[in-house]
Design a protein around this ligand. Sequence first.
Ligand code: P6P
Length: 336
Amino acid sequence: MNVNRKVLTLDEFTLQQLRQFPTATGELSRLLRDLALAAKRVNVEVNKAGLVDILGDVGSVNVQGEDVKKLDVFANNQFLGVLQHGISCAGVGSEELDEFVVFDDELSNNSKYIVHMDPLDGSGNIDVNVSIGTIFGVYRRVSELGKPCTKEDFLQPGKNQVAAGYVVYGSSTMFVYATRRGVNGFTLDPSIGEFTLSHPEIQCPPTGKFYSVNHGNFFQYNEGVRKYIDGCQKKTKETGGPYTQRYIGSMVADVHRNLIKGGIFMYPGTTDKPNGKLRLLYEANPFAFIVEVAGGLATNGADRILDIQPTELHQRTPLFIGSKNMMIELEEVAKL
Ligand code: P6P
């Protein structure tokens, strides 16, 4: 008897995908379940951040030189904990840690994946109750199984990702992940404590109405980018009117909105920061993978983000990402 289960949990969904590949080991499903478990634990703390002393700085700064919020540290510990004690991950590159972490135990050394992640992105917004998020990218190791993972495992181009995703801790808590087979979104159902399929087969609309950029840096952008931003504020042949500017300073929330509704997110290089602010490995690459699978595009202004060969763990990149037609328009106008 075929039970018609309309509302699949994340675990049921990944197992359903697994059943379509009899040779699959289930390791990726277990990895996604581990990430979702940590996300649920982080979600509990995010939701009560205003009530307990988990706000504010821990008095230290991370490798980016940014004040480390207590929730950043908590989130990093939660994700590393489940990944280290799971059996699907050999090591992690984290925004919170100077160097990548090698788990180096027998089971982990036999795991075929490594993970890059930003455990809590947008943490500057924690104290003012603006949506924040987690970002991750999953790579198959290139080093020999049975031994500790190596630097080469962590310095692969984004096109090598086997999966990527994010969690947005917002009006609801969503877990969105992509494999080459598609992008699917799961909303946390507090009544059962499970992420449940709410946004199947997400497609990025080819044209949207939102453009997202920090206007405060306008006069630091190059001429082509300034010309495109000017154009966003004028009538356009496609939209018949100006685009709407939406930018909340939390990448996960901004890119999530544009992925669902259509739009373009830009963090260009500036005269002060020619490589921009966002990090290639655990911000640009995961979202570039997700948005491309959903039908959008992502570049650094010259090259496809996913083609960039990384040279160091925390390197930054300019980022232009979103609806295909808007990205093409950007390229035409800005001659990027
Ligand atoms: P700015 C948050 O600190 C973050 O890394 C992203 O989440 C966000 O998109 C960006 O920085 C905002 O940077 O310079 O516009 O405040």
